[in-house]
Design a protein around this ligand. Sequence first.
Ligand code: ATP
Length: 645
Amino acid sequence: MQGGKGRSRTSAMSVEQFVSLMAPLIDMEKEAEVSTSISSSSSSNLDAMKKRGSVIVNLKCIDAQTGLMGKTLLEFQSTKGDVLPTHKFGTHDVVILKPNKADAASSSLGQGVVYRLKETSITVAFDDIPEDGLNNPLRLEKVANEVTYLRMKGALIQLSKGVQKGPAADLVPVLFGEKPSAIAKKAVPLSLFNKNLDHSQKAAISKALSSKDVFLLHGPPGTGKTTTVIEIILQEVKRGSKILACAASNIAVDNIVERLFPFKVKLVRLGHPARLLPQVLESALDAQVLRGDNSSLANDIRKEMKALNGKLLKAKDRNSKRDIRKELKTLAKEERKRQQLAITDVLKNSDVVLTTLTGASSRKLDSMTFDLVIIDEAAQALEIACWIALLKGSRCILSGDHLQLPPTIQSAEAERKGLGKTLFERLADLYGEEIMSMLTVQYRMHERVMNWSSKELYDSKIKAHPSVAGHMLYDLENVQRTPSTEPTLILVDTAGCDMEEKKDEEDSTMNEGEAAVAIAHATRLVEGGVHPSDIGIITPYAAQVVLLRMTRSKNDKLKELEISTVDGFQGREKEAIIISMVRSNSKKEVGFLSDHRRMNVAVTRARRQCCIICDTETVSHNGFLKRLVEYFEEHGEYQSASEFV
Ligand SMILES: Nc1ncnc2c1ncn2[C@@H]1O[C@H](COP(=O)(O)OP(=O)(O)OP(=O)(O)O)[C@@H](O)[C@H]1O
């Protein structure tokens, strides 16, 4: 099959053009990341750091535990014991711990990786427990993670040198539109592991298995993208393929590991233990290496070396000292060899190696090649990060949805110049349907929630599975039918209710009126029997998240209600979703609300009810949002915010 119909100019670029475009953009992004963190050489002052969200002050250590293969987990809470202030820390970030009062340039008590992040606490995994100072007030500073950029640069260098001899030699020209893509015409006969797959999933699997170089699995919200990826992996393992399975985030990689468990696939998960979910730790490379024969041999050698070192200390004459040193040298070499062999054994015996995209640059994988590289959540990964993994294989399958949120980019300039354009999107433009299948049955939303998104973004091609098409909030156990639980769609209009937006100190926008309405609606749902953990409040603005959490903290019954930005909810779902749009101003500015992908993610998190709170006069100034408002007015229930406060 020939590729190339309808190629877009920006999508068909040569390797050389790609390398010269990306190299400066990666530097820009690195600079932006460094400026939102603390670089080792910076002498920035604490106020500026606080403003950027790269430091959390006034913390106390409330818990210390050992775990994760010898790491120490320390949990910190605000000294006041309430919600942590606005910050830009994320799980897996590298952080340093300092006394609260230490100046910016002072040395730290320890460095660790953020293990768990809650609204009221943050847990960090340290290699060694900080010796003292834990009883005094503390602060955490985010450290720039420069390794990721080095690895992306490494992939660019490899691409620029040419990959004629590497495993991806035939793949690279296809992905840059220099050679046509190919899909075998004869369908592969399928004997499926999962007997419940729908027609669109089966069609996608069949096409994926027939692809000779590249295949895109397009999975709109709730359509079983990961379910389909799992079946593809199982089918490929059955065929004897060696697979590298990656995603941009650790959580997405762990999700695949967990879902492969029941099928007893021989797999190994690479990565820092603090970045893995507890339930997949047994599959971690480190854990498997420890269980291997070569590893116990290496252990025996280390014991022998310890004894010899003792002898060396006691030895008097030069000759015997020299002999012991010689023996130690030989043993050290042997120990290294055994360690390496232990790692190679595990990697060789695994049919599927799983890691994040940046983790794929691990030296442990240096000499390995794969028949297939699978990248899940590819529409949320930088193209250059995908290349770290792609260079290791001769075929690839990318799964994602370019109509949901793209990767987060710190540098506005780098984003404008093209860093954010994903490989998934570029290939979708370049080859279109030839190399792609879209899943069209969704298993999450009531069809009224789904229809807006399907019509607006997916050419009305998505259908709701009968098991969810008509499900209501009051069908849930213990939920009564009340005026609040009854509607599937609710539009709460704040126009004319004196609920204007405001800016917080960091210039992020918030809206007190909307926060009060959102919490009031959540309270009514809980009073109607909805479990608070089944409700999520989503808002695009970080300041509104903090405000909502503070408003919520006055009501103990809402403790388990989840409040997060749209980005924080991607890939997740709740029975009821409340969206606070925030923007309400006389200039009718809507900021990044107008991004179709952000609103698509927000609305499609809802399974049974979606409630939008907004100032219709402000948001209707944007055509896309106007259609959203009209859809909710037509198919849902209209309420004025004045009914809530
Ligand atoms: N063929 C199917 N029959 C019944 N349920 C299914 C089927 N495929 C997927 N599901 C269900 O749909 C839900 C979503 O599936 P999955 O996690 O694979 O989707 P996803 O597309 O990766 O999700 P997201 O929209 O969050 O990216 C899961 O509860 C899954 O069990």
